[in-house]
Design a protein around this ligand. Structure first.
Ligand SMILES: [Zn+2]
Length: 84
């Protein structure tokens, strides 16, 4: 399943759960673009922007996981100079 990031246009051809394997996302799942860090939510085969209110409504564990993902994503980009 290929989905393009609304922010940078990066074509995501695989999706990996934080604590699992590559999977097909389902409606309501959160998404972080590996290329730009854009945060969204899957719905009907698209990634829609996550509003400030929707982000605020996430539980603290999820917010912590998202911050960890962003740190790792940024470190990979900074270390390896990966551009997508
Ligand atoms: Zn992106």
């Amino acid at each position: 399943m290929e989905i393009k990031c609304r922010n940078c246009g990066y074509a995501m051809d695989s999706h990996t759960e934080v604590m699992g394997a590559v999977t097909n996302p389902k409606d309501g799942d959160l998404s972080v673009c590996l290329s730009c860090g854009y945060l969204g939510r899957f719905r009907n085969g698209h990634i829609n922007p996550l509003s400030h209110n929707q982000y605020a409504a996430l539980n603290e564990e999820t917010k912590t996981q998202l911050l960890k993902i962003e740190k790792v994503r940024k470190r990979v980009m900074d270390t390896y100079g990966v551009t997508m």
